[in-house]
Design a protein around this ligand. Structure first.
Ligand SMILES: Cc1cc2nc3c(=O)[nH]c(=O)nc-3n(C[C@H](O)[C@H](O)[C@H](O)COP(=O)(O)OP(=O)(O)OC[C@H]3O[C@@H](n4cnc5c(N)ncnc54)[C@H](O)[C@@H]3O)c2cc1C
Length: 290
């Protein structure tokens, strides 16, 4: 195997262009090393960890710019992330073990493009954007259009994720990330649900609501029909029940070693209901009307 440690994004892109499908980028290696051991060994490994400046979290006016080499642990221990993007923080807090969080990067989580990737549903509801570099130039992709299938993303074989831009949610918004797994944070999510709500000024109705579903479709997805059902309305127990059922219907889960599709749908409904109740109460100070 050819092994490289480029010192600049340009050097990495030249290598990616030269080796194409034969090359594999490695960051923390928590996915790549497992693949090398149990699946395929790439002809060329490009370790991007020596490229300076990609492991920073920077405040950018109304949001954060997160470098792809920022580890999950660095996000979890960042006061800025915890205070301003608690939804993303929660997904990092519930991510694997401390050892994995110390090594795994957010860029690796995103570029792995696993439907169950912990940070993905939060990035979808936060309407974050990915900056990608190719030998031909740079592009910016919203995460809502970034994922193309299990293991497939807009980065492709020749792109490098160079930054994640996340705007702070509107004032008064509240979010939650709920993960269902057999062994809690130690296990990959069977289902992950991210909910972000923004109440109107009088705190009587939902000005905006965003729901992201993880591990229940070929890519992480927004529950668009459920969001449309809820937008502009006040939360009642009946509406929450209807929304939970709609979110379960919008999911397209498969049965695998972690769960049956039927059970996953049931969990989507339960977590959507819980997420809506929790965020409504946190945002308005009111219980859902029975
Ligand atoms: C024991 C264990 C437990 C785990 N638990 C969880 C869990 O609870 N939740 C979860 O979501 N994941 C979990 N994972 C999966 C893994 O840890 C995450 O996906 C992690 O974020 C990957 O980051 P990394 O830096 O290690 O990526 P790497 O393994 O280095 O790379 C992952 C993929 O991304 C590509 N890549 C990395 N960086 C870039 C970049 N900047 N540009 C383009 N492509 C890039 C690589 O080529 C590769 O395809 C677990 C893994 C293990 C081994």
């Amino acid at each position: 195997m050819d092994y490289f440690e480029p010192k600049t994004i340009g050097e990495a892109l030249t290598l990616l262009a030269r080796y194409g499908e034969q090359a594999k980028v490695i960051a923390g290696g928590t996915d790549v090393m497992v693949d090398i051991k149990y699946k395929d060994e790439p002809a060329c490994l490009i370790n991007i960890k020596r490229i300076p400046g990609m492991d920073q979290i920077r405040e950018n006016g109304g949001g954060l710019r997160i470098g792809p080499l920022v580890t999950i642990r660095a996000l979890e221990t960042s006061g800025l992330v915890r205070e301003r993007l608690p939804l993303l923080w929660e997904s990092c807090h519930q991510f694997a073990s401390l050892q994995i969080r110390n090594t795994a990067t957010i860029g690796g989580n995103v570029c792995r493009a696993s439907p169950s990737g912990e940070t993905l549903a939060p990035l979808l509801v936060l309407e974050a954007k990915a900056k990608l570099a190719f030998a031909s130039g740079e592009t910016t992709e919203p995460f809502t259009a970034f994922f193309e299938g299990p293991g497939k993303s807009k980065a492709g074989a020749k792109g490098l994720l160079t930054e994640i831009d996340v705007l702070y949610p509107a004032a008064g918004s509240r979010g939650v990330y709920l993960k269902h797994a057999v062994r809690g944070a130690m296990d990959i999510a069977m289902v992950g649900v991210a909910v972000l709500v923004t109440p109107d000024a009088a705190k009587n109705s939902l000005q905006d609501v965003r729901i992201g579903l993880g591990a229940v479709a070929p890519t992480p997805v927004r529950a668009a029909e459920t969001e449309a059902l809820l937008r502009g309305k006040s939360l009642t127990a009946g509406l929450v029940k209807e929304a939970a059922a709609k979110a379960a219907a919008e999911a397209r889960p498969i049965s695998d070693q972690r769960s049956s599709a039927e059970y996953r749908r049931w969990i989507v409904a339960a977590l959507t209901r819980r997420g809506l109740e929790q965020t409504w109460k946190a945002a308005t100070g009111k219980e859902v009307v029975q």
